[in-house]
Design a protein around this ligand. Sequence first.
Ligand code: ADP
Ligand code: MG
Length: 261
Amino acid sequence: MSLLQARNLNVSIGKARLLQPADLSLETGTLTAILGPNGAGKSTLLKALLGLIDHGGETKLDGKALSSLSPRERAKQIAYLPQGQSHAWPLSVEAVVTLGRHPHGGHTHSGQDGNVVERVLNTMGLKDLRGQSVLTLSGGEQMRVSLARALAVEATFLLADEPLASLDPRYQFEIMSVLAGQARGGDGVVVVMHDLALAARYADRIILMKDGAILADGPPVTMLSGENVQSVFNVQTRQTDIHREDGPINVALPSELESKA
Ligand code: ADP
Ligand code: MG
């Protein structure tokens, strides 16, 4: 098992505190969903964990400071799918997914790299699009290519920031099922998302964020209580049964704007 840990992780820009000091321990074999309203600090938390923005506190991978790892080593251990990433160059789908192998061998690719790319194209349903320029793809297809590239890294941890954005309902299920499969296979998967029902269905653990702070952290059935969902998202809720591999759970899902009364 591997551990990605943060102690007293915090982010400020000028006088603005974007992330309140947070302690966090993420482990492999687990699918963790980060939920919270827009502007809650979810992306900031991921970027700070990855060392992509200035931050206070410590981050460690298996007890070793992340800052002591070379960028290549870190990229090999922790794959990252940024939020709202768009493709800038007219590369083929296959070429973009192959970029995910970069931390492993720089510009030279081995047969092993080819096998990984092949497997990931297959997993993400991208085989028929492999030769197509990513610039000609739909938003949903581009998202699947970005996620495929992140999966091709074969990192120990995968941090995906809103990978379900712009996907149709069927692909949202498919992607969550792929990510859950990665976690079952031993990866540490962290997903920022907005669909509470999908989080309830697939996540092992939910982290609730609001106003730059982690409010609560635990299994879906306790995190998605009426009280939590109402106070984090300012909505009314309805209790709903959610089917899970390990049995049904009953959670609160948003149903209506918060009453003004
Ligand atoms: P989330 O991903 O939860 O929607 P973010 O982590 O992107 O939220 O942003 C949290 C808050 O920090 C937002 O209010 C956002 O406007 C602010 N913020 C993010 N980046 C910067 C920045 N570079 N400068 C100033 N404010 C920022
Ligand atoms: Mg965000």
